[in-house]
Write a protein of this length. Structure first.
Length: 299
């Protein structure tokens, strides 16, 4: 049978970690993480990394493998993850990949579109405008350039906003055909009723705060400008520590921004017709589907 990469995706807090571990156990394999924040050693509580027990239950790769002081792109991940998967396929018929980061999963499954190089004159102009006029300037500029793209992206991340503006100003992505992979790809998407998911998100934020998220963010203030810190759960608490809002207001914003992020994730994933959707508690159904699809693709 041809080797199969099982890709498990879905919005934050939907239950990807628990399902991936159970399926990896049943398939006798290991897990490749494609979460763009769990790479970083210094960020644990706010990124909802698997617990020590979960990491011990099944071998995981690409968790805690980088420092936030390092630049690590989706292209870097594509190269390294493909090398790791190739090595794992020497002794496993299946490999499980898990992630809520649509760009990183796209990189893994089909490669990335080509992008023009950074125009440093434009980049410096945007940095200056952001420093002087704030996040709202970048959001308004992107709104004027491509409102549909703005809806789908993390509009609270200044680095991503600046890069998106640059791409629009330089003619956008050079779209190319997906790269063929030397293995089968079966994509599973997890989803549940929006009200249930939002309640899970709210509860997760409360748990993170009890676990010490504020202390974690406080310890990372020297790195506040790095891209990894410009994400939900970190940027809001940085603003609190700067005296711009109360802790209660910051926690409420984390919940709101995480719910917004989950909505953007689903918008991205729904555009992929190759994803087969399940509720996260349908483990037996998912296992049967994966094995059936793998056999079908290999025949």
């Amino acid at each position: 049978m041809q080797k199969t990469l099982l890709v498990i995706i879905g919005p934050t807090a939907v239950g990807k970690t628990a399902l991936s571990i159970e399926l990896a156990k049943r398939l006798g394999t290991e897990i490749v993480s494609g979460d763009s924040r769990q790479f970083y050693q210094e960020m644990s509580i706010g990124t909802a990394k698997p617990t020590e027990e979960e990491l011990a239950a099944v071998p995981h790769h690409f968790i805690n493998n980088r420092s936030i002081k390092e630049y690590y792109s989706a292209g870097d991940f594509e190269k390294e993850a493909l090398e790791k998967i190739e090595a794992l396929f020497l002794s496993h018929d299946f490999v499980v990949a898990i992630g809520g980061s649509g760009l990183y999963m796209k990189a893994l499954c089909e490669g990335l579109d080509e992008v023009p190089p950074v125009d440093m004159v434009l980049r410096n102009e945007l940095i200056s405008a952001y420093q002087n006029q704030g996040l709202g300037y970048l959001q308004q500029r992107m709104l004027s350039l491509n409102p549909e793209k703005l809806k789908k992206m993390d509009s609270n991340n200044p680095q991503r906003l600046m890069r998106a503006i640059e791409l629009e100003m330089q003619g956008g992505l050079v779209v190319k055909k997906a790269k063929a992979r030397p293995f089968n790809v079966v994509k599973i998407g997890l989803n549940m009723q929006r009200e249930v998911l939002y309640e899970r998100i709210n509860q997760r934020v409360e748990v993170m705060m009890k676990m010490g998220l504020l202390h974690e963010v406080s310890s990372l203030l020297p790195y506040r400008e790095v891209n990894a810190m410009q994400t939900v759960g970190y940027s809001e608490l940085v603003e609190h520590l700067d005296g711009l809002m109360t802790l209660e207001q910051a926690v409420d914003k984390i919940k709101q921004h995480t719910r917004n992020y989950a909505k953007r994730q689903m918008t991205w994933f729904r555009a992929d017709e190759g994803i087969h959707w399940f509720e996260p508690n349908k483990t037996d159904d998912i296992e049967l589907f994966v094995k059936t699809e793998a056999a079908k693709k290999s025949s």
